[in-house]
Design a protein around this ligand. Sequence first.
Ligand SMILES: Cc1ncc(COP(=O)(O)O)c(C=O)c1O
Length: 442
Amino acid sequence: MTRVLAKSQAHYRRALTRMPLGVASNFRFWGEDRTIYVKYGRGARIVDLDDNEYIDYRMGYGPAILGHADPRVDDAAREGMKVGGVFALSTEREYHVAQRISKMVPAAELVRFSNSGTEAVMAALRLARAYTGKDDYLILEGSYHGLFDAAMWYTPMDKWTQVGDPQVYPYSEGIPLSTRSFAHFVQANDANQLEDVLKRHASRVACLLIEPIMGNCLGIATDPGYLRAARELCDRHGVLLVIDEVKTGFRVARGGAQELYGVNADLCTFAKAMGNGYPISVLAGREEVMRKIGRGVAHGGTYTAHSVSLAAAERTLQILDETDALERIADYGTALRQGMSAILKSRGIAHSFVGHPSMSGLYFAHDPPRNYRDWKGSDYTFYDAAAKVLHDERVLCEPDSREPWFVCAAHDDACLKQTLAAFEVAIEKTLSTLGERRQAGG
Ligand SMILES: Cc1ncc(COP(=O)(O)O)c(C=O)c1O
């Protein structure tokens, strides 16, 4: 059945009169005719204003790990509501949630709460700078660590000619160019380059800020050997290793990427999956570093550890820690990969999957990418075209090929069957439209 978006389109025109782009976040604007508005979400599905029901693989960019509106978490949140919100004072539950986090993530010796991933990473960078007394930081090319100035540098690969290094631009207007000199960029999986940069700049570098599975860049995974080398090089050069687990945390393993790789951070950040969608995040880490907070380093915020989010996090983490939810999520992700792969293989389409099955990147080239520059070598225009057809077929993946497909515990066999049927249609339609366009020289 053809997808009708009449109500979303009408709402878009109304919303535009009061909100830039008619949405609450730039990433939610998908064009004048294709921006959709959600009526509600349940489990692995969301329903838009026109009553189109989609199988969701964006899951809010990762948070809804148990599924949208999981009743166990929502019940806990209601209990949290009874506590009363925020008081500019602490509550007992903070300690219990901190205890759970420390149990699941050994590197999280001490814990502080915030509201969003951005806030937690901002605090991590400030703390790393304060602890080391240095201002610069290293980040991986193609990484995303939130919407704050220090993290908002990007290398637009579409503009890169594949000769020399791609240029780095501010991700937005309004970012002072004078702050650019603090950031140094390294490529994922190149330990020699990392060593070289550290040898030259370590006296000025506070930390390496890294997402071992790049959740905003196809899900490109660093090799375990690379992450171990990064740990060792940071130690050797007096640089803190800050692992951003905003997406991987409590998802790729109970102890996040750090458990998966067997590497502990000095500081680590969590958000998304920890609250199943309720706004809460964490800065955690080694006691000696974390004790700087309150002894020279500021940290806080009016809404920090809100009683509703905190109660939701307590329940979500308990479920993730004590049930087989994460194993089921990974199994579904693996089955999804296998099903998609069979469809693509039967049509001779080169492809590979990257990252963890719970947050897979689908990449249209034979060998999986090892760094952001490899993305340039894939047929991403094919992905972009197929994603649009998938939306019409009621499968909601990210329209940008650099964002992985998120799986939640509510994705079930019915979702899988429906997704693969839609995927087959999308691939067929994309092949014929792009084939026609390419034949016509378009
Ligand atoms: C790795 C990483 N760090 C930080 C952030 C920022 O989190 P938030 O959007 O909650 O501010 C994101 C968001 O996608 C992320 O993926």
